[in-house]
Design a protein around this ligand. Structure first.
Ligand code: FEO
Length: 396
């Protein structure tokens, strides 16, 4: 296969593939703009491949490796993370380069067996601060457990201060010709980076904070993640955003997520937004949880201080899409938010009970005023909604 080569340094190549076929990352999270799986290849005194890609693009990936290595053998394959979007071509690499030494931590070795049924003596086990000598380059390893999986680790090339960060500092979206941060408009893509962080890493934010503290001590000039762009011009930008997201740093504003069957509950969401605005709140957004995938809702909620959940009842419970959102927000361990609750019902309640259970199960600053309405909104409900808007506005 005739195929491009893309250089990062004289002896370091980018081997990326774009996936525009997969509908949902992890079969969960929508990929309207696709996703890139990145790997890298050192070609100095020793040849060293940094991760592989999803098996879906094995032919393209292997052609890139072959094109760059030519007649050279592959000495090492460093495995930073075993999720199949990066480990999908390990077997093919070993078949093509049977003398290659795999490099990873103890959990990587276990997962090679667990996920690929692979047992091999060609494995160099590394621990925290261990180094791998590539002759003219040196890699140093740091463990980043649970960012994203238990075995996740990063490596740091000490001569040119290059961090191979696996999932950390990644984002959704394909790499369309360009591969560097200075070749894109990050401001346009930031929400897709945030959606990736909140969907994939958000649940592990405590561990992400630890990892970021650890990596913060390194002098980093270039970041090579396994998704998204290579940060060679301004790595501080993505480090700052990841640090913000991991620390649940929020800005003023309210996200109103509603579930409504025939419009009465939607109208309460609308009125709440107006009342919040009249209280001086800016950056208010309303989303229909039945139309917007929770992937986007989780991301949009993450950086806003206020969250209002407004749900009708369905079979004595919150509408299933609202339940899904609450379930996912609980899993993602969202915190540092002001929460306002509005529930409606037709005859025997349901939604408010589950909204309250959600509030109790999470670390939110919950507004005392709760609005529960039978049928459409009446004057007394409107007064309560006003009270809730005032309380939310004061808290944020
Ligand atoms: Fe991109 Fe956790 O895999």
């Amino acid at each position: 296969m005739e195929i491009r080569t893309q250089k990062i340094k004289e002896d370091l190549y980018y081997l990326g593939v774009n996936d525009r076929q997969t509908e949902r990352f992890e079969n969960m999270w929508p990929l309207p703009n696709g996703v890139a799986y990145n790997a890298y290849l050192f070609t100095g005194e020793k040849t060293c491949l940094m991760d592989t890609v999803k098996g879906l693009k094995e032919d393209v990936f292997m052609a890139q490796v072959q094109n760059i290595l030519g007649d050279r053998q592959l000495d090492y394959l460093v495995i930073h993370h075993m999720e199949p979007d990066h480990s999908g071509c390990i077997r093919s690499v070993m078949e093509k380069y049977p003398k290659v030494m795999l490099v990873g931590n103890k959990k990587v070795r276990q997962m090679l067996y667990d996920f690929l049924g692979m047992e091999t003596e060609q494995f160099i086990e590394v621990n925290e601060n261990d180094e791998l000598d590539l002759g003219d380059r040196k890699l140093k390893f740091f463990m980043t457990p649970m960012v994203h999986w238990p075995e996740s680790q990063v490596s740091y090339e000490v001569n040119e201060k290059i961090l191979f960060s696996q999932d950390i500092f990644g984002g959704y979206g394909t790499a369309d010709g360009t591969i560097f941060d200075d070749e894109i408009n990050y401001a346009e893509r930031r929400t897709e980076y945030r959606r990736y962080y909140t969907n994939i890493v958000g649940k592990y934010s405590q561990m992400a904070k630890r990892a970021l503290d650890k990596l913060g001590k390194l002098d980093i000039e270039t970041i090579c993640p396994v998704h998204g762009y290579i940060w060679r011009k301004n790595p501080g930008k993505i480090i700052a955003d990841y640090t913000k997201w991991a620390n649940y740093e929020v800005e003023r504003g309210v996200m109103i997520c509603y579930a409504s069957m025939y419009g009465n509950t939607e109208q309460m969401a609308e009125e709440l937004a107006v009342l919040l605005a009249q209280e001086g709140v800016q950056n208010i957004e309303i989303r229909d949880v039945c139309k917007t995938h929770p992937s986007y809702l989780i991301s949009d909620v993450w950086e806003k201080k206020g969250l209002a959940l407004v749900s009708c009842s369905y079979n004595n419970a919150a509408l299933p899409m609202m339940k899904t959102l609450m379930h996912l927000l609980t899993i993602q361990k969202l915190e540092n938010h002001v929460l306002g609750l509005v529930g409606t019902y037709g005859w025997s309640g349901g939604a408010m009970k589950e909204l309250k259970e959600f509030a109790d199960a999470n670390k939110f600053d919950v507004c005392e005023t709760k609005v529960e309405t039978k049928g459409c909104m009446k004057a007394e409900d409107y007064e309560l909604l006003k009270k809730l808007a005032k309380e939310m506005a004061e808290k944020i």
